[in-house]
Write a protein that binds this ligand. Structure first.
Ligand SMILES: [Zn+2]
Ligand SMILES: [Zn+2]
Length: 144
């Protein structure tokens, strides 16, 4: 997914990209990213959907839910989520909804999922903007 890299930056890791890990000699990379089976350390995280990142019992007050597998493996276990993300992408890029009719004719669970994806994208974009701002400030050097 395009939106995940900043979630990885949050835990100080390179984004698990399966076009990289499938190259020969990347067995250690695959193990660290949890491409074949869950890794020892968390691989990526997303904002907790229960509290929106504020911290709650569900996320252990961290505000984020982490996964010990690469996004591809995590999604393979949840084809329903993958379908929803594809539907979101189609809606976002081509303005086509999965079911006939308007917004009110769509399943409410799916619309809620779209809202969550929007929230996560916004969080990732904020994080990216902060990152760019910090990089630009650092490039200017210390203030006089
Ligand atoms: Zn992989
Ligand atoms: Zn939470």
């Amino acid at each position: 997914m395009v939106y995940a890299p900043s979630a990885c930056r949050e835990i100080g890791r390179e984004f698990p990209d399966c076009s990289v890990c499938r190259k020969p000699g990347r067995e250690a990379q695959r193990a660290a990213w949890g491409c074949d089976e869950p890794a020892v350390e968390p691989v990526f995280g997303v904002t907790c959907s229960s509290c929106g990142g504020d911290g709650c019992a569900e996320c252990g007050d961290t505000g984020s839910i982490t996964f010990n597998t690469c996004p591809r493996l995590a999604l393979r276990a949840r084809p329903d989520i993958l379908d929803t993300m594809r539907a979101y992408q189609t809606f976002n890029e081509r303005h086509v909804l999965p079911e006939a009719g308007g917004t009110r004719d769509q399943p409410s669970a799916m619309l809620r999922a779209f809202d969550l994806i929007d929230d996560e994208r916004a969080a990732i974009e904020r994080e990216r903007d902060n990152y760019r701002l910090q990089a630009a400030t650092a490039a200017k050097g210390p203030k006089r």
